[in-house]
Design a protein around this ligand. Structure first.
Ligand code: T1G
Length: 699
């Protein structure tokens, strides 16, 4: 097997190249290869300078995440960094692609950094429940200042090369042949005998930060407000504080200790599970190798909240899109909302004006359905009513070109029945976006019984091009996410009748790590929406129906399960709701008593996990990890708990089973009885994770 690291010397410059697809992760072999190559270059008299570069699509994209949780093997990334910093010859990092985590930390150890124009640079460790563990919290603030470093490390978001140059993270942007440019840069450094200063020795930028610890603490506090139970943000702040308060060697040691503690912890294990599950969720073994169809133009039917957001996704990805609406008024309203959305992003500095104009230009509007004739993919995003959607699919069948993919954004309805209403059911697929569609990263890609491999492959590829995380699911009412959500909603209502109040349930959910509780979510979405659906299906919800009968539709009416002050989205307890709940319980003869937060969490989550086990048994979802990805990216399940299935394993399926039986005995609801798969796994002392390899067939 060829070595992942090579060394060659060209006109006095040692070029060290890492070639370890897919992303040149710092695996043990790469680390050893780098330590050896740097050692060799440092001692080779023919080399006056050293360039570290990578082959393939990116410079080092971080440590090898797959190695976490396994016994650490020497040399570590720190040994690579020590080897670089011990060099008396200038060492230049030549970066392209996504230079992330340990990859950026290796570059921060170099004397100089140059990058290709499209390079993105960042320390995303926080997204894995850890912090930079190879000096990033010490070297980055010394190069870019504490404000920028804190923002980069606590958001985990990468920055563009042009910004990196502006803040002093890199020394040059190189057009054309990057390695040649880096070698030329190295020769200039040697020729000009430029001083070699290591980042860890530069105190200039953090000098003034040190003089104003109050500013540091204030900035840290505002970041930590959003941590919601995660441990890594506080650890990152502590490590960064060390850069201002401790000698660098001590601060590096503190960073490493915090890193090792976190990487061995449950939160990072859960977030690494989500990292790999995100990549698995789009993989469909039986269509592996099926090429997606080319998509250069799109169309969206419906300019409402969802249609508008979906159109923005295409425009953001550089794909021209036509929005079709039934009336010019509705079209005008929809396009207006899109423009306002972009303008407020631009006002907040999230988009530069030329890019905003470019995106707006990619969106065209019409009331003529035949305008879809050019589109390679058409997303139907009209009102959630079967007959209305069937009509749209009838029209698409007439006007869409033969090769077009016909996708529905339905969140509940029978995709197979919609497809069978066309002459080309093989071209029909579900693409269930989440609101706001231009923000939420999840797309439930629904595979119908007749959906062709090519249609499915195209829907998955388009979702990824839109920057979304596709999760492939089969057809059932509400697919995976909403089917489980309905179970949670039923339990939330039952908790009210048994003794809890909406604020108790929501506080327990936010305490668990959800951004919002179930009742605040319902109030945001509008109680009338689900009320109409229940009425259409002949279903009822005792409390919610009565709230709706009283015109309490949630935030939009200032009153729902909570009440809202005018202009405020803060949910406030409402004695009127409590009185209504007590009345309903009395009507049912149900005694009410207080429910503890952990009891509320088990009641909200265990029945929906049980439903998820049924979903796996039915083959509607392929892997437990797919369900975790859906709930983390579609319903705000805290990633640091790994999603509902990973969480269930952390609790233990025996406990989940036993609690479910207690719920069934208490409520008399047989759907509380442990589903066959959950009962089987619990009896075997296994978890859902044991299912990871034997993926079921979906659709
Ligand atoms: N380790 C192991 N495998 C990785 C990997 C990594 N760091 N990054 C990607 N892969 C695999 C991935 O699972 C997939 O595999 C394939 O590469 C392509 O990835 C010391 C401790 C780089 C932006 O967090 O964000 O450094 O599914 O599908 O959409 O302080 O991958 O094909 O089998 O995502 O083009 C910090 C993680 C680590 C970056 C490319 N680094 N990676 O996105 O491709 S912690 C990260 C990404 C660290 C130090 C600490 C993205 C990407 P498969 P992909 P992509």
């Amino acid at each position: 097997m060829s070595k992942p690291v090579s060394l060659k010397i060209e006109r006095g410059v040692a070029i060290i190249t890492v070639d370890h697809p897919p992303v040149n992760a710092l695996s043990h072999d790469v680390r050893s290869g780098l330590v050896d190559a740097i050692g060799e270059a440092r001692h080779d008299p023919l080399a006056e300078a050293i360039v570290i570069a990578c082959a393939g699509r990116t410079f080092i994209a971080g440590a090898d995440i797959a190695e976490f949780g396994k016994p650490p093997r020497e040399p570590t990334t720190i040994a690579v960094i020590d080897a670089i910093e011990a060099s008396r010859k200038p060492v230049i990092a030549a970066m392209h692609g996504t230079t992330l985590g340990g990859g950026l930390e290796v570059a921060l150890a170099c004397h100089f950094r140059i990058a290709g124009p499209a390079t993105r640079l960042g320390l995303p460790e926080i997204k894995l429940g850890i912090i930079p563990g190879a000096g990033g919290t010490q070297r980055l603030p010394r190069l870019v200042g504490m404000d920028k470093a804190m923002a980069m490390i606590l958001s985990g978001e990468p920055i563009a090369a042009v910004d990196a140059l502006a803040v002093g993270l890199i020394d040059e942007i190189a057009e054309g042949d990057l390695v040649a440019a880096a070698a030329a840069f190295a020769r200039r450094v040697v020729a000009e005998n430029r001083p070699l200063q290591l980042a860890k020795e530069r105190d200039g930028k953090i000098g003034c930060d040190r003089a104003d610890m109050e500013k540091f603490e204030a900035a840290a506090a505002s970041h930590l407000q959003r941590a919601r139970g995660q441990k890594a943000p506080a650890a990152a702040v502590e490590a960064l504080r060390g850069a201002l308060t401790l000698p660098v060697v001590e601060a590096l040691g503190r960073e490493r200790a915090l890193f090792l503690e976190l990487v061995a912890g449950d939160q990072s294990r859960a977030m690494r599970h989500i990292f790999f599950a995100e990549r698995e969720a789009a993989k469909v073994p039986d269509i592996a190798g099926t090429p997606p169809r080319e998509v250069t133009r799109a169309a969206v039917i419906g300019a409402g909240t969802m249609g508008g957001g979906i159109a923005m996704c295409f425009a953001n990805a550089g794909i021209p899109v036509t929005v079709v609406e039934a009336t010019s008024d509705a079209l005008k309203r929809g396009l207006g909302a899109i423009e306002r959305n972009y303008r407020s992003t631009a006002t907040r500095g999230g988009l530069v004006a030329p890019e905003m104009e470019a995106r707006l230009k990619r969106i065209a509007g019409t009331t003529k359905i035949d305008a879809v004739a050019e589109a390679d993919i058409i997303i139907e995003a009209v009102f959630e009513d079967f007959d209305v959607k069937a009509q749209v699919f009838g029209a698409l069948d007439r006007f869409a070109k033969h090769s077009a993919v016909l996708a529905s954004n339905t969140s509940y309805l029978d995709l197979n029945a919609l497809a069978q209403g066309t002459a080309r059911p093989d071209a029909v697929v579900g693409m269930h976006f989440f609101s706001p569609a231009n923000v939420m990263r999840l797309v439930e890609v629904v595979r119908g019984g007749a959906t062709s491999s090519s249609t499915l492959a195209t829907a998955i590829a388009v979702s990824r091009r839109l920057g979304k995380i596709p999760a492939v699911v089969g057809v059932c009412h509400g697919f995976v996410g909403n089917r489980m959500l309905r179970v949670r909603a039923i339990e939330a209502e039952r908790l009210l009748i048994e003794g809890a109040l909406p604020q108790d349930v929501d506080d327990a959910a936010t305490g668990f790590g959800f951004p919002m509780g179930p009742f605040a979510v319902s109030d945001l979405a509008g109680l009338d929406v689900s009320w109409r659906m229940r009425q259409a299906q002949g279903l009822s919800a005792l409390i919610a129906d009565r709230l709706c009968e009283r015109g309490r539709f949630g935030q939009k009416t200032g009153r729902g399960f909570h009440r809202y002050e005018p202009g405020s989205r803060a949910p406030l307890a409402d004695p009127e709701v409590e009185a209504l709940i007590v009345e309903v319980a009395a009507d049912l003869g149900q005694p009410r008593k207080a429910v503890l937060p952990e009891g509320i969490i088990e009641r909200l989550l265990f029945p929906m996990i049980n439903e998820a086990a049924r979903i796996l048994d039915e083959g509607i979802a392929r892997r437990p990890g797919d369900i975790d990805v859906i709930w983390v990216h579609g319903y705000g399940f805290p990633a640091w708990r790994g999603g509902p299935m990973h969480y269930a394993d952390s609790v233990g399926l025996e406990r989940v089973r036993d609690r479910l039986n207690e719920f069934a005995d208490k409520t008399g609801d047989e759907r509380h009885r442990p589903s066959p798969l959950l009962a089987r796994l619990a009896a075997a002392g296994k978890g859902f994770a044991s299912l990871a390899n034997n993926v079921t067939q979906v659709g």
